[in-house]
Design a protein around this ligand. Structure first.
Ligand code: HEM
Length: 504
């Protein structure tokens, strides 16, 4: 027993000495001095703003951050315990970060995504990221996106059938689950080549696991004491996380194995067929398997990470954006009528599905989607970990600092968007865009780590919205001021987005 006490004492004294040395380290002292030049909420030594975090609930998180951001606008500092964070909302500051080809390492909160996505494109850095980005970029080429159009139109048709059942429901219905299931069907078929049928099968364990993991991740990011893995994974929530993770990983691993057994290949005429010669569309997974050169370039685990990254990034963001756009259209019937008129001009009286050329002609709908992403950016904040010092006027922020870019707030800056809270698709008329600061509007981020899926997202959104507006008149039962938000990995409404639909 005495031996154990002595060992504990030695351990405590060593830890204490390490702390003192670390705190008195000149690099750290300089970091603290520089970071504390910025204003910010009062912080305690060692604990930083941990006490503030005790106040966070899922419901108030976005609003507490909003108040702090507005109080110290446009830059402030905060402390995750001993780790400094600098927060930017002004286009000039955002530009400094996003234009850098060195400061492209993701912030520490992305670590929570690692159990699910490993170090796929979204979460990786350094050489691995460079190599994978180069390999994956061609898979988002126009020619490939064109082959996915059939998936977008087919899943939109099913969505219209489902929404038809809500015609006449005057009390309204929550549109979010309809859209999420449609977006999941789309991403599953395009990323993995698998029909998930989430729109038909509401009880799919895969879909439930995606919902659960997204919610648990958001919750963990708010609770500083759940940051260490050994604590988190010993809690009930951590165990639920692992269970859902198991479902997701088993699913993607099985799909990858199946596809390796029966690869889809191009034949001599350039058609893509399966092993028995049936014509098949190539999904991202098939393209990755092709690029992997039998494991020499990408291992199975790396392919799994990328497929899971597409599944996550490719459905949650587009679902939120589609829902907010429908909500805004439901609040602005005059804008919705202009969208409809544009559709009527493109399709005349035909009920054919849209081609890629039709989508290019949907200029007004594109402005509506962009304006909706301005007011409700699917990714409201993103983070970097500084690898290299940055100089910002009188400030030098040293490597090691965390940086959070507040995109939601940047998009509502009256300097660039007069009447920033108003929904006005004309903010994206070419002449308005031309004169504006290029970093005042960055829903897909910018620079080398921008969103690789942005063209895919616009193509999907235009196809889905076109199908809805051509078939229905949509009304929203709630006003924007009444809808509270969760500012998590994705910006989503706290309650239902209640709509009514009427057939055109
Ligand atoms: C409205 C829809 C979307 C929005 C608003 C959006 C937004 C973003 C943003 C802001 C980032 C940068 C995040 C950061 O720096 O941490 C990002 C990265 C990424 N997005 Fe998207 N995204 C959307 C749709 C998609 C889709 C459909 C896919 C795939 C099919 C996708 C795949 C990715 C990937 C793989 C990255 C990481 C890229 C890299 O770091 O090289 N996204 N997205």
């Amino acid at each position: 027993m005495e031996l154990v006490s002595a060992a504990l004492l030695v351990l405590a004294v060593s830890a204490g000495c390490a702390w003192i040395l670390w705190f008195n380290n000149p690099r750290r002292r300089r970091m603290v001095r520089e970071v504390d030049k910025l204003p910010g909420p009062p912080a305690l030594p060692l604990l930083g703003n941990a006490l503030l975090a005790l106040r966070f609930t899922r419901e108030n998180f976005f609003y507490v951050i909003h108040d702090i951001t507005m109080t110290y606008w446009p830059r402030y500092r905060s402390w995750y315990g001993p780790t400094p964070e600098i927060n930017f909302s002004e286009a000039d500051d955002i530009e400094i970060i996003l234009r850098s080809s060195v400061n492209i390492k993701k912030g520490m909160l992305y670590h929570f995504l690692h159990p699910w996505l490993g170090t796929g494109l979204l979460t990786s850095s350094g050489q691995k990221w460079h190599l994978h980005r180069k390999l994956i970029t061609p898979t988002f080429h126009f020619k490939i996106l064109e082959t996915f159009q059939e998936v977008f139109t087919d899943k939109s048709r099913i969505l219209v059938e489902k929404l038809n059942k809500e015609v006449g429901n005057k009390k309204g219905f929550d549109v979010y689950p309809y859209i999420t299931r449609c977006a999941l069907d789309i991403i599953s078929e395009t990323a993995m080549g698998v029909e998930l049928n989430a729109q038909e099968d509401k009880d799919s364990p895969y879909v439930s696991a995606v919902y659960e993991i997204s919610e648990l991740l958001a919750e963990r990011a708010m609770r500083l004491w759940l940051y260490p893995d050994f604590i988190y994974f010993s809690t009930k929530r951590g165990k639920r996380f692992k269970r859902s993770l198991n479902i997701l990983h088993s699913f993607s691993k099985k799909i990858i194995n199946d596809r390796k057994q029966k690869p889809i290949r191009k034949n001599e005429t350039g058609e893509t067929t399966d092993d028995v010669g049936t014509k098949r569309r190539m999904a991202f997974l098939d393209l990755l398997l092709e690029a992997s050169q039998g494991g020499a370039v990408l291992t199975d685990e790396e392919i799994r990470e990328e497929v899971d990254t597409f599944m996550f990034e490719g459905h949650d963001t587009t679902s939120a954006s589609l829902v907010w756009t429908l909500f805004l259209l439901g609040n602005h019937p005059e804008v919705q009528e202009r969208v409809f008129e544009e559709q009527a001009a493109i399709f005349q009286n035909s009920d054919r599905v849209p081609t890629m050329q039709d989508l290019t002609e949907m200029k007004y709908l594109e402005r509506v989607i962009k304006e909706s992403l301005r007011l409700y950016p699917s990714v409201p904040f993103f983070m970097r970990s500084l690898v290299e010092d940055i100089q910002l006027g009188e400030y030098t922020f040293p490597a090691g600092c965390q940086v959070t870019l507040h995109i939601y707030h940047a998009h509502r800056n009256p300097k660039y968007f007069p009447n920033p809270d108003e929904f006005n698709p004309d903010n994206f008329l070419p002449e308005k865009v031309q004169g504006r600061h290029p970093y005042a509007y960055v829903p897909f981020s910018a620079g080398s780590r921008n969103c690789i899926g942005q063209k895919f997202a616009l193509q999907e959104e235009k196809t889905v919205l076109s199908a809805i507006v051509r078939n229905f008149r949509v009304r929203a039962l709630d006003r924007p001021a009444d809808v509270k938000m969760y500012g998590e990995l994705v910006l989503r409404p706290q309650g239902p987005i209640r709509l009514t639909v009427e057939r055109r």
